[in-house]
Design a protein around this ligand. Sequence first.
Ligand code: NAD
Length: 320
Amino acid sequence: MRFFLSRGPAAGSCEFREANDLGATIIKGRATAAELRGYIAKRVAEFGDARGSVPGLAVVLVGDDPASAIYVRNKARKTKEVGMVSFERRFPLEIEQSRLLDHIRDLNDDDRVHGILVQLPLPPQIDANAVLNSIDPSKDVDGFHVSNAGLLATGQNGMVPCTPLGCQILLRRHLGDLAGAEAVVLGRSNIVGKPMANLLLKDNCTVTLAHSRTRDLKDVCARADILVSAVGRARLIGGDWIKPGATVIDVGINRVPAPEKGVGKSKIVGDVNFESALQVAGAITPVPGGVGPMTIACLLSNTLAAAHRITGLADLRSFA
Ligand code: NAD
């Protein structure tokens, strides 16, 4: 391994990246996320000086799914670390939709709360779209409300979903101007794939949005200068799917058996076969340590931006 200092072209700031012996740069999302959280902590302190209070993020959790509980705990910890207030609202799995909507209304009306996040998935008796669309769009820090999705789809400024926003920051920092690049996004979910495609369009890429029914997926991927995978299939994409020199952003989080770590052990891998991709790609995000940390950092960034807008402070300058 060798390490070198490179200059993020869009941000003009320095960050350590790691290049492996085969030449592909490993885009270290964890380091960029730490830098972003440091930036947010400073802005939160300034907000406190100007307003006499700090931004607040409310996270709503229904049920006791262990993975969701871990995500919520992590979000609360990181929220407090940057100096914001964290509100956790936990409800039993069998809660009725009307009661949940009442609680969201209370959070919409609460002046201490500038961001509201509903942890997905929700149980089957709840219409997730109804809940997401009941959040005040100005507090919709996940960017899932239909009006924020509409703003993004029409190229206007609104709240942008955190995971694609994190990917955009990493891409801009690594590549600078994205205009004209051939971008392929795998996965068409409302949470990752579709907003990612819209962000790349806004950055003037030529975008292909591929999914489970796309024909000749390997050939589609092979023409990408920028390949973003948000599929959820372990190591679906091999090195032979990747255009030499391409920038690969691996959003996938897949748990696979890891007998090398001991009997019954498992580990997290991405959608991309990392080892074979390293031999072909120009740059790639690792899993874990790539996109994941950026998602929470962008949630905090969205909450800070929401607090600025709601309280009438000037908009923040963009981190990326
Ligand atoms: P999803 O299940 O809602 O969507 C998956 C998409 O992949 C679908 O659009 C489907 O058409 C497509 N797909 C499925 N199989 C395919 C195949 N064989 N070939 C091509 N396309 C295929 O999932 P999601 O919520 O968008 O998440 C996708 C992945 O990203 C998951 O692994 C999830 O855990 C991960 N994720 C990571 C973060 C993060 O912070 N790193 C955040 C959100 C999601």
